[in-house]
Design a protein around this ligand. Structure first.
Ligand SMILES: NC(=O)c1ccc[n+]([C@@H]2O[C@H](COP(=O)([O-])OP(=O)(O)OC[C@H]3O[C@@H](n4cnc5c(N)ncnc54)[C@H](OP(=O)(O)O)[C@@H]3O)[C@@H](O)[C@H]2O)c1
Length: 316
């Protein structure tokens, strides 16, 4: 319909943007239309979005002109970068700058920037409680996103800064699921001690973003944190034990041990978990469960998410 507002969705074939695209498509009378941006309009994921009613448009975050075309005529945009594709904070910053410039050129009225904390505000580079990585970051995949906030503000783009949270889907896709230790017992390993770990079903990030667009002007210029729960490691292990019908224990390791694990980005994630542990009150406080539920009434708790996804979790 002509009076529907088009939301240009970066990452529509991925977890965050996909959740938003599906939330808009599931709400045909909600006043928004989904425009799915992708580098691969011929992919199966793009075809599924088109079949659901989304407009699929080719765009590349490294190509600002393609973004200007893809944002043109839209009311708003969901902007997200995928750090884990390239492991480059500099690239993330450049892509955010491209999105901010394109949003400005298209005169968008509401942009959501999917961001995280620039942890250097809490742990300056000369603070040696955690190592400096890549010469200028503490948590590279957080810091560049937080640093990029000002790019949207400086460009005069009406932006909501969406502070996302740890995906529970990491237990499926990111190799974080329960693994058998030497004693044969299943364990989840996190360097969080007794601290709470705000988390969320990845699909609920997009649904929350839908709620942010519904609220509109009230959230422009604001930072909005989201989470579906704040469980501790021990509480998540207990949830796994209940859902799987098999004991799962919590293996709490020091951050320095986590940083030494042999997978790409272990040092970045070790610093990230340490930041969440050491600034736990702040980190949980900005990710209010009540506000998240108000934005997204379908918000899942960890137990609800686990009950729906337990068959998909690989047990090592
Ligand atoms: N895992 C977690 O716990 C967690 C928590 C909070 C935040 N995050 C952040 O989430 C981000 C990833 O989001 P996600 O999980 O939704 O990603 P995802 O499921 O891995 O999908 C990546 C999406 O980004 C799009 N994309 C990547 N590079 C692009 C480019 N150059 N041009 C256009 N589109 C591009 C891809 O589109 P096409 O391939 O179709 O072009 C795809 O839709 C990361 O930066 C990560 O730091 C992760």
């Amino acid at each position: 319909m002509a009076d529907e507002k088009i939301i240009a969705i970066v990452g529509a074939t991925g977890a965050q943007g996909g959740g938003l695209a599906r939330a808009i498509l599931d709400d045909p009378d909600g006043g928004f239309r989904a425009r799915a941006l992708t580098r691969k309009p011929g992919s199966e994921k793009a075809a599924a979005l088109a079949a659901g009613g989304a407009e699929v448009v080719a765009a590349d975050l490294d190509d600002v002109e393609s973004l200007k075309v893809a944002f043109d005529g839209a009311y708003g945009a969901y902007c997200v970068t995928n750090y884990w594709e390239h492991f480059s904070p500099g690239k993330e910053l450049a892509q955010a700058a491209n999105m901010a410039a394109a949003a400005r050129a298209a005169g968008l009225e509401h942009v959501i920037w999917s961001t995280l904390e620039d942890t250097r505000r809490w742990v300056p580079l000369d603070d040696d409680r955690m190592p400096t990585l890549m010469g200028e970051y503490k948590v590279p995949h957080f810091d560049a996103k937080g640093e990029a906030n000002h790019l949207f503000a400086d460009a005069g783009v009406p932006t909501t800064y969406l502070l996302t949270a740890f995906y529970w889907d990491n237990f499926i896709y990111f190799g974080m699921g329960p693994k058998a230790g030497e004693d044969g017992k299943l364990a989840i390993t996190l360097p969080m001690g007794d601290a709470k770990l705000p988390g969320i079903a990845a699909e609920d990030i997009g649904r929350s973003a839908h709620g942010v667009f519904r609220k509109g002007a009230e959230l422009v210029g604001k930072t909005q944190g989201i989470a579906g729960g704040h469980p501790t490691g021990a509480e998540m292990a207990a949830s796994f034990s209940r859902a799987l019908g098999r004991e799962v224990v919590y293996n709490s390791v020091p951050p320095e041990v986590y940083r030494s694990f042999d997978f790409p980005g272990a040092d970045d994630l070790g610093n990230m978990f340490q930041f969440k542990r050491d600034f736990n009150e702040y980190y949980c406080g900005v990710r209010s469960l009540e506000e998240s539920r108000a934005l997204n009434p379908r918000l899942q708790s960890f137990d609800q998410w686990l009950d729906r996804n337990k068959e998909r979790i690989p047990l090592g």
